[in-house]
Design a binder for this molecule. Structure first.
Ligand SMILES: Cc1cc2nc3c(=O)[nH]c(=O)nc-3n(C[C@H](O)[C@H](O)[C@H](O)COP(=O)(O)O)c2cc1C
Length: 153
């Protein structure tokens, strides 16, 4: 593996689902891990590889992720990967807004990971979607994803 410095900026505000997945990927990559609102765009751009990770909240990744990207002038082709968990088992489609921004800012998308995350919305009183997700299988898939990312470096 080539030497690189990796950071993952994350938002996990519902049940810690995204954090669980992100931690596995971060450990596998030997990355630094920070909450998206605790890192500046300048700090982020000091890394060779950037992971942006978030639960899907109202059809998209968290606005803190978009805010970080919007503050960056030009990504200069820097490599980025995306991680999310969602109620929807096909949640990658909600990466669309962030992917558009990445393209506009000249970042290079090198991978996307999504898996179901438990969602206990108050509005569906008592109803539990994706109970106990992410599970050990999801965490294993996350590990595999990290290995694929490493191979691309
Ligand atoms: C306010 C809110 C809005 C959500 N909106 C969506 C959505 O639009 N689509 C979806 O698939 N899941 C949605 N979810 C479910 C979350 O994406 C899912 O529970 C995720 O695993 C939460 O990750 P976290 O525990 O890391 O915050 C929403 C959850 C919350 C709390």
């Amino acid at each position: 593996m080539k030497e690189n410095r990796t950071i993952i900026a994350y938002v996990s505000k519902h049940r810690g689902n995204t954090y669980k997945i992100t931690k596995v990927i971060s450990d596998e990559l030997g990355a630094d891990l920070k909450k998206a609102d605790e890192i500046t765009p300048e700090e982020l751009m000091n890394y060779d590889l950037i992971g942006l990770s978030s639960g899907i909240y109202v059809f998209g990744m968290d606005r803190k992720i978009k805010k970080l990207l919007k503050k960056i002038g030009n990504g200069n082709g820097k490599k980025v990967f995306l991680i999310s968990t969602s109620a929807d088992p096909n949640g990658s489609k909600y990466h669309k807004g962030v992917k558009k921004l990445l393209q506009k800012k000249n970042f290079k998308l090198v991978g996307e990971f999504n898996c179901p995350g438990a969602y206990y919305p108050l509005i569906l009183f008592g109803k539990k979607l994706n109970a106990n997700r992410p599970n050990s299988e999801d965490l294993e898939k996350a590990k595999e994803f990290a290995k694929e990312i490493m191979e691309k470096l």
